[in-house]
Ligand binder design. Structure first.
Ligand code: NOS
Ligand code: ZN
Length: 339
């Protein structure tokens, strides 16, 4: 399987964090504009932004975000990284992307949640117009934030729903903040019929996935721990839950440590609606092309399988039925010569 072909084939991405996908040269540009030059350049800067080779946990992985966040507190910077993410994915023919971020990590200098969300949506729309990639935003509550703070994120999803924002997510430290703690916050999203995808099953706990489904999530971020409990796997099958797998990230965060324990083939054979994603392009030092290339090397998947994974992503996407029809048709045409 040729990398150039994988790169060129149409792709859909459902799980990509904005703040984990800031290219080093863009961060340098922002730092200069803000008169807070970075203390590192070149490889030293990259090493600060990318999760370490010997990363031991999700918490250690998440420490990487501390480097970029101080620079993402102004509207122009937020707009620029959003636009640049679309530029990045256009290069590898991602046709539709859902970009997620936690608005209340960008308010250290006093920006309101409306200003923050508007800046992201403007950047995504500018990218959409220039590169022809459809982009929608997902707003993340953070597990370490209090209930009132996370409720204001759900309110922002309501306010911006259909105006560039398409759903709610919960990100952050799953091991110390299990999904059940967020019942009331997620219920508000559910009561208002807002689409929900939750990070769950990234830290060894299958019951977090079960709780997420019970609370109304139709998609699960990572879901690796589903392999530990057949009742959870069956619940995912019954509910046709979409699973957003992120192979590189899953090894870095130690959701798995050995290839033999990675559940891609198991999930595929079981008939789960799995999709492939980058999670964080910079922190995980990856692209969607890299992720598919890894799967091709590890599992010898063919182009037809890649096409199926992308159709799964369209089915799980939080977009209109008309848009989904267009995306399915685009995929079908794009893979026609490679089945
Ligand atoms: O794999 C992950 N699991 C849980 N949380 C994550 C992951 N990647 C990024 N974030 C968290 O989501 C926030 C909003 O984008 C990031 O700031 C990071 O803290
Ligand atoms: Zn994630």
């Amino acid at each position: 399987m040729k990398r150039e072909i994988i790169k060129r084939l149409p792709k859909i991405e459902l799980h990509c964090h904005l703040d984990g996908s800031v290219r080093p040269h863009i961060l340098e540009q922002i730092a200069e504009q803000q008169n807070q030059p970075l203390p590192w350049t070149g490889d030293a800067l990259k090493n600060k932004l990318v999760a370490p080779e010997d990363c031991t946990s999700l918490l250690e992985y998440l420490e990487r975000f501390d480097v970029v966040l101080p620079y993402l507190q102004e509207e122009s910077a937020i707009e620029l990284i959003s636009y640049d993410l679309i530029a990045q994915v256009a290069e590898e023919n991602v046709r539709y992307i859902e970009v997620r971020f936690a608005p209340l990590l960008f308010n250290r200098k006093g920006l309101t949640i409306e200003q923050i969300v508007t800046a992201v949506v403007m950047g995504l729309k500018r990218g959409e117009k220039e590169f022809g990639v459809k982009a929608n935003a997902l707003l993340c509550g953070m597990r370490h934030h209090d209930e009132t703070t996370n409720q204001s994120v759900v309110n922002a999803v309501r306010q911006f729903y259909g105006k560039g924002v398409v759903g709610f997510d919960l990100a952050g430290d799953e091991a110390n903040y299990p999904t059940a703690l967020f019942e009331s916050v997620v219920s508000i999203a559910k009561e208002h019929d807002l689409p929900i995808t939750l990070h769950a099953g990234e830290c060894g706990c299958p019951h977090n996935v079960m709780t997420a489904i019970e609370l109304g999530a139709t998609r699960i971020g990572h879901g690796i721990a589903i392999q530990k409990d057949d009742s959870v796997l069956n619940a995912c099958l019954t509910n046709q839950t979409t699973i957003e797998m992120c192979p590189t990230s899953n090894f870095q965060t130690k959701a798995v440590t050995e290839l033999k324990d990675y559940p891609f083939q198991k999930f595929l054979d079981a008939g789960l609606n799995i999709t492939i994603n980058t999670d964080n392009r910079t922190v995980s030092n990856t692209t969607l092309t890299d992720e598919y290339e890894k799967l091709a090397n590890w599992y010898h998947i063919d182009y037809a399988c890649m096409e199926k994974l992308n159709h799964n992503a369209v089915n799980g996407a939080f977009t209109s039925e008309t848009e989904k029809e267009h995306l399915h048709a685009y995929l079908t045409a794009g893979y026609a010569d490679y089945r």
